[in-house]
Design a protein. Structure first.
Length: 158
């Protein structure tokens, strides 16, 4: 049995924090606001794999009201989510991620982001796609106020 999950996350930019996407520190003048490290890529992938396994969402397992997750490493949360998925009898097959942002440009970082996600998911690097798109200047993303991420993941019953 093959199942597909979709994840979405968005965070606004804030000064004084590093920008972390897919576990990679990306040079930029602002990071993302959030309870954890605000890694929107990891968060969207977490929701995609949990959704595929019908195992809830990131807020169910790592609520932002719990002080344990304050400034948490989202790649560690992704590994924990992978464990949840595996305990439910599934194996992650692949993930595909689209980051929507006006800046920074992410093309040069896509390979490193994919490699980090692949490691956390326990899949080959070739099983993870990472793309970056602009919002063509439209809306809050177009004004450079933040980043949004859409992720899709496939799991298979073991």
């Amino acid at each position: 049995m093959t199942r597909v999950g979709i994840g979405y996350d968005s965070h606004r930019f804030t000064a004084g924090r590093p920008l972390i996407l897919g576990g990679q520190r990306i040079p930029h003048d602002a990071g993302l606001a959030g309870h954890s490290d605000a890694d929107a890529v990891a968060h969207a992938v977490i929701d995609a794999i949990l959704g595929a396994a019908a195992a809830g969402d990131i807020g169910t397992h790592f609520p932002d009201t719990d002080p344990r997750w304050k400034d948490a490493d989202s790649m560690a949360l992704l590994r924990s989510a992978r464990d949840i998925v595996e305990r439910r009898g599934f194996r992650i097959s692949q993930a595909d991620v689209t980051v929507i942002a006006e800046a920074p440009r992410l093309g040069a970082h896509a390979g490193a982001i994919a490699a980090g996600l692949a490691d956390a998911l326990g899949v080959a690097v070739g099983a993870v796609g990472v793309k970056a798109k602009s919002n063509e200047g439209m809306g809050w993303i177009g004004r450079g106020e933040g980043i949004a991420v859409i992720a899709v993941a496939t799991v298979e019953a073991r």
